[in-house]
Ligand binder design. Structure first.
Ligand SMILES: [Zn+2]
Length: 274
Protein backbone atom coordinates (compact mmCIF):
# COMPACT_ATOMS: atom_id res chain seq x y z
CA UNK A 1 0.00 0.00 0.00
CA UNK A 2 1.31 3.41 -0.93
CA UNK A 3 1.70 5.75 2.00
CA UNK A 4 -0.51 8.77 1.65
CA UNK A 5 0.92 12.16 0.87
CA UNK A 6 -0.17 13.28 4.31
CA UNK A 7 1.71 10.39 5.91
CA UNK A 8 4.86 11.21 3.95
CA UNK A 9 4.48 14.80 5.05
CA UNK A 10 4.27 13.72 8.68
CA UNK A 11 7.30 11.43 8.32
CA UNK A 12 9.25 14.23 6.62
CA UNK A 13 8.29 16.64 9.39
CA UNK A 14 9.41 14.20 12.06
CA UNK A 15 12.74 13.42 10.42
CA UNK A 16 13.25 17.15 9.99
CA UNK A 17 12.50 17.64 13.67
CA UNK A 18 14.94 14.91 14.63
CA UNK A 19 17.61 16.55 12.51
CA UNK A 20 16.84 20.03 13.73
CA UNK A 21 16.64 19.48 17.46
CA UNK A 22 19.41 20.99 19.49
CA UNK A 23 20.19 21.10 23.16
CA UNK A 24 20.09 24.56 24.62
CA UNK A 25 23.31 25.56 26.39
CA UNK A 26 21.64 27.35 29.27
CA UNK A 27 18.48 25.34 29.94
CA UNK A 28 19.80 21.95 28.80
CA UNK A 29 16.44 21.37 27.14
CA UNK A 30 16.30 19.81 23.69
CA UNK A 31 14.37 22.04 21.33
CA UNK A 32 13.36 22.43 17.73
CA UNK A 33 15.64 24.81 15.81
CA UNK A 34 15.15 24.99 12.06
CA UNK A 35 17.10 28.21 11.82
CA UNK A 36 20.69 28.74 12.84
CA UNK A 37 21.27 31.31 15.57
CA UNK A 38 23.69 33.14 13.25
CA UNK A 39 20.94 33.44 10.68
CA UNK A 40 18.48 34.71 13.30
CA UNK A 41 20.98 37.22 14.64
CA UNK A 42 21.51 38.59 11.13
CA UNK A 43 17.75 38.96 10.61
CA UNK A 44 17.41 40.54 14.04
CA UNK A 45 20.15 43.10 13.40
CA UNK A 46 18.37 44.25 10.22
CA UNK A 47 14.92 44.37 11.82
CA UNK A 48 16.29 46.18 14.87
CA UNK A 49 17.95 48.87 12.76
CA UNK A 50 14.75 49.35 10.80
CA UNK A 51 12.70 49.57 14.00
CA UNK A 52 15.01 52.23 15.45
CA UNK A 53 14.81 54.23 12.21
CA UNK A 54 11.02 54.16 12.26
CA UNK A 55 10.58 54.97 15.95
CA UNK A 56 11.59 57.81 18.23
CA UNK A 57 14.72 56.70 20.09
CA UNK A 58 15.34 58.65 23.30
CA UNK A 59 18.95 59.76 23.57
CA UNK A 60 20.77 58.48 26.64
CA UNK A 61 22.63 61.80 26.84
CA UNK A 62 19.44 63.81 27.11
CA UNK A 63 17.22 61.68 29.30
CA UNK A 64 17.60 60.15 32.75
CA UNK A 65 15.24 57.32 31.75
CA UNK A 66 17.27 56.38 28.67
CA UNK A 67 20.42 56.60 30.77
CA UNK A 68 18.82 54.21 33.28
CA UNK A 69 17.86 51.75 30.52
CA UNK A 70 21.46 51.77 29.34
CA UNK A 71 22.81 51.35 32.88
CA UNK A 72 20.50 48.41 33.67
CA UNK A 73 21.47 46.95 30.30
CA UNK A 74 25.18 47.21 30.96
CA UNK A 75 24.82 45.55 34.34
CA UNK A 76 22.68 42.74 32.93
CA UNK A 77 25.13 42.17 30.07
CA UNK A 78 28.02 41.94 32.55
CA UNK A 79 26.00 39.54 34.73
CA UNK A 80 25.09 37.31 31.79
CA UNK A 81 28.71 37.22 30.58
CA UNK A 82 29.80 36.31 34.09
CA UNK A 83 27.20 33.53 34.37
CA UNK A 84 28.04 32.05 30.97
CA UNK A 85 31.81 32.16 31.37
CA UNK A 86 31.45 30.66 34.86
CA UNK A 87 29.80 27.66 33.22
CA UNK A 88 32.35 27.51 30.39
CA UNK A 89 29.69 28.69 27.93
CA UNK A 90 31.29 32.01 26.94
CA UNK A 91 31.39 30.95 23.28
CA UNK A 92 27.57 30.98 23.16
CA UNK A 93 27.60 34.76 23.43
CA UNK A 94 30.22 35.37 20.76
CA UNK A 95 27.77 36.72 18.18
CA UNK A 96 26.08 39.05 20.68
CA UNK A 97 26.38 42.78 20.06
CA UNK A 98 24.33 44.14 22.94
CA UNK A 99 22.25 47.27 22.43
CA UNK A 100 19.65 48.77 24.76
CA UNK A 101 17.41 51.54 23.48
CA UNK A 102 14.49 53.42 24.96
CA UNK A 103 11.80 54.47 22.49
CA UNK A 104 9.20 57.13 23.09
CA UNK A 105 5.89 55.23 23.07
CA UNK A 106 2.89 54.83 25.33
CA UNK A 107 2.98 51.08 24.85
CA UNK A 108 3.69 49.04 27.98
CA UNK A 109 6.24 46.79 26.35
CA UNK A 110 9.85 45.66 26.01
CA UNK A 111 11.53 42.98 23.93
CA UNK A 112 14.86 41.38 23.15
CA UNK A 113 15.88 39.95 19.79
CA UNK A 114 18.56 37.31 19.16
CA UNK A 115 22.07 38.73 19.38
CA UNK A 116 21.23 41.13 22.23
CA UNK A 117 19.06 43.75 20.53
CA UNK A 118 16.81 45.21 23.21
CA UNK A 119 14.07 47.84 23.18
CA UNK A 120 12.20 49.37 26.12
CA UNK A 121 9.08 51.46 25.47
CA UNK A 122 8.74 54.52 27.68
CA UNK A 123 5.19 53.38 28.57
CA UNK A 124 6.70 50.48 30.52
CA UNK A 125 8.56 52.69 33.02
CA UNK A 126 5.51 53.83 35.04
CA UNK A 127 4.74 50.12 35.56
CA UNK A 128 8.25 49.00 36.46
CA UNK A 129 8.60 52.08 38.72
CA UNK A 130 12.15 51.22 39.78
CA UNK A 131 15.43 50.05 38.31
CA UNK A 132 15.27 46.55 39.83
CA UNK A 133 11.83 45.85 38.32
CA UNK A 134 13.09 47.07 34.94
CA UNK A 135 15.99 44.61 35.32
CA UNK A 136 13.43 41.84 36.04
CA UNK A 137 11.56 42.56 32.78
CA UNK A 138 14.75 42.83 30.72
CA UNK A 139 16.32 39.75 32.34
CA UNK A 140 13.17 37.84 31.44
CA UNK A 141 13.07 39.10 27.84
CA UNK A 142 16.79 38.50 27.30
CA UNK A 143 16.39 34.92 28.54
CA UNK A 144 13.79 34.32 25.84
CA UNK A 145 16.51 35.25 23.32
CA UNK A 146 19.35 33.38 25.08
CA UNK A 147 17.24 30.23 25.46
CA UNK A 148 16.40 30.38 21.72
CA UNK A 149 12.68 30.55 22.43
CA UNK A 150 12.10 32.68 19.34
CA UNK A 151 13.88 30.09 17.20
CA UNK A 152 11.71 27.40 18.72
CA UNK A 153 8.50 29.35 18.11
CA UNK A 154 9.55 30.26 14.57
CA UNK A 155 10.46 26.63 13.86
CA UNK A 156 7.08 25.44 15.12
CA UNK A 157 5.34 28.02 12.94
CA UNK A 158 7.48 27.04 9.94
CA UNK A 159 6.61 23.37 10.39
CA UNK A 160 2.93 24.25 10.68
CA UNK A 161 3.16 26.20 7.43
CA UNK A 162 5.20 23.52 5.69
CA UNK A 163 8.33 25.63 5.33
CA UNK A 164 11.42 23.53 5.93
CA UNK A 165 15.12 24.03 6.17
CA UNK A 166 15.90 20.49 4.99
CA UNK A 167 19.56 19.75 4.55
CA UNK A 168 20.55 23.02 6.11
CA UNK A 169 19.21 25.13 3.23
CA UNK A 170 19.10 28.69 4.50
CA UNK A 171 15.66 30.19 4.68
CA UNK A 172 16.55 33.84 5.07
CA UNK A 173 15.23 35.98 2.25
CA UNK A 174 12.12 33.80 2.15
CA UNK A 175 9.20 36.22 2.63
CA UNK A 176 7.21 33.61 4.57
CA UNK A 177 10.11 33.21 7.02
CA UNK A 178 10.37 37.00 7.38
CA UNK A 179 6.65 37.15 8.13
CA UNK A 180 7.02 34.50 10.84
CA UNK A 181 10.00 36.38 12.28
CA UNK A 182 7.85 39.49 12.53
CA UNK A 183 5.10 37.56 14.24
CA UNK A 184 7.43 36.09 16.82
CA UNK A 185 9.53 39.18 17.62
CA UNK A 186 8.43 42.52 18.93
CA UNK A 187 8.20 45.17 16.23
CA UNK A 188 5.93 43.36 13.80
CA UNK A 189 3.96 41.57 16.48
CA UNK A 190 0.94 43.79 15.95
CA UNK A 191 0.67 42.40 12.41
CA UNK A 192 -0.91 38.99 12.02
CA UNK A 193 -1.32 36.32 14.63
CA UNK A 194 0.62 36.64 17.83
CA UNK A 195 2.40 33.54 19.04
CA UNK A 196 2.36 33.67 22.81
CA UNK A 197 5.21 32.14 24.74
CA UNK A 198 4.57 28.65 26.07
CA UNK A 199 4.39 27.97 29.80
CA UNK A 200 7.66 26.07 29.64
CA UNK A 201 9.36 29.02 27.97
CA UNK A 202 7.85 31.43 30.47
CA UNK A 203 9.12 29.40 33.40
CA UNK A 204 12.62 29.29 31.91
CA UNK A 205 12.55 33.04 31.23
CA UNK A 206 11.38 33.75 34.79
CA UNK A 207 13.99 31.45 36.34
CA UNK A 208 17.07 32.74 34.50
CA UNK A 209 15.73 36.27 34.33
CA UNK A 210 15.67 36.38 38.14
CA UNK A 211 19.19 34.92 38.35
CA UNK A 212 20.57 37.55 35.92
CA UNK A 213 18.71 40.32 37.77
CA UNK A 214 20.28 39.21 41.06
CA UNK A 215 23.75 38.79 39.55
CA UNK A 216 23.47 42.32 38.13
CA UNK A 217 23.04 43.58 41.70
CA UNK A 218 19.28 44.17 41.67
CA UNK A 219 16.83 42.71 44.13
CA UNK A 220 14.97 39.93 42.26
CA UNK A 221 12.14 40.15 44.82
CA UNK A 222 10.92 43.22 42.95
CA UNK A 223 9.47 40.70 40.46
CA UNK A 224 6.52 39.94 42.73
CA UNK A 225 5.12 43.47 43.16
CA UNK A 226 5.91 44.10 39.48
CA UNK A 227 3.69 41.22 38.34
CA UNK A 228 1.03 42.29 40.79
CA UNK A 229 1.02 45.72 39.09
CA UNK A 230 0.84 43.98 35.69
CA UNK A 231 -2.06 41.89 36.91
CA UNK A 232 -3.92 44.97 38.08
CA UNK A 233 -3.39 46.62 34.71
CA UNK A 234 -4.62 43.54 32.87
CA UNK A 235 -7.99 44.05 34.54
CA UNK A 236 -8.10 47.70 33.47
CA UNK A 237 -9.35 49.24 30.25
CA UNK A 238 -6.08 49.06 28.34
CA UNK A 239 -4.11 45.93 29.23
CA UNK A 240 -0.35 46.26 28.62
CA UNK A 241 0.93 45.17 25.21
CA UNK A 242 3.44 43.05 27.14
CA UNK A 243 0.58 40.88 28.40
CA UNK A 244 -0.41 39.79 24.89
CA UNK A 245 2.54 37.39 25.07
CA UNK A 246 2.73 37.14 28.88
CA UNK A 247 -0.50 36.26 30.65
CA UNK A 248 -0.48 37.59 34.20
CA UNK A 249 -2.00 34.59 35.91
CA UNK A 250 -1.82 34.09 39.67
CA UNK A 251 0.27 30.93 39.27
CA UNK A 252 3.06 33.08 37.83
CA UNK A 253 3.43 35.03 41.06
CA UNK A 254 3.43 31.78 43.00
CA UNK A 255 6.09 30.34 40.68
CA UNK A 256 8.21 33.47 41.03
CA UNK A 257 8.15 32.99 44.77
CA UNK A 258 9.22 29.37 44.32
CA UNK A 259 12.14 30.50 42.13
CA UNK A 260 13.24 33.23 44.55
CA UNK A 261 15.51 31.23 46.92
CA UNK A 262 17.68 30.10 43.99
CA UNK A 263 17.91 33.65 42.55
CA UNK A 264 18.72 35.19 45.94
CA UNK A 265 21.86 33.05 46.15
CA UNK A 266 23.25 35.21 43.32
CA UNK A 267 22.21 38.54 44.84
CA UNK A 268 24.92 40.97 45.85
CA UNK A 269 23.30 44.40 46.25
CA UNK A 270 25.00 47.31 44.51
CA UNK A 271 25.66 50.43 46.56
CA UNK A 272 24.27 52.71 43.87
CA UNK A 273 21.24 50.62 42.92
CA UNK A 274 17.81 51.57 44.09
ZN1 LIG B 1 8.11 35.82 28.60
Amino acid sequence: MKPSVKKIGIIAAFSMMAAACSQNAITGRSQLALLSETELQTMAATEYRQFLNENKVVSANASKDAEMVRRVGQRLTAAINEYYSGKGLGKELEGYKWEYNLVDSREVNAWAMPGGKIVVYSGLLPVTQNEAALAVVLGHEITHALAHHGNERMSQAMLAQGIGAVGGVLTSGNPKVSAIFNNVYGPGAQVGVLLPNSRKQELEADRYGLIFTALAGYNPQEAVPLWERMKQMSQGQSPPEFLSTHPSEDTRIQKLQDLMPEALKYYKPLQSSK
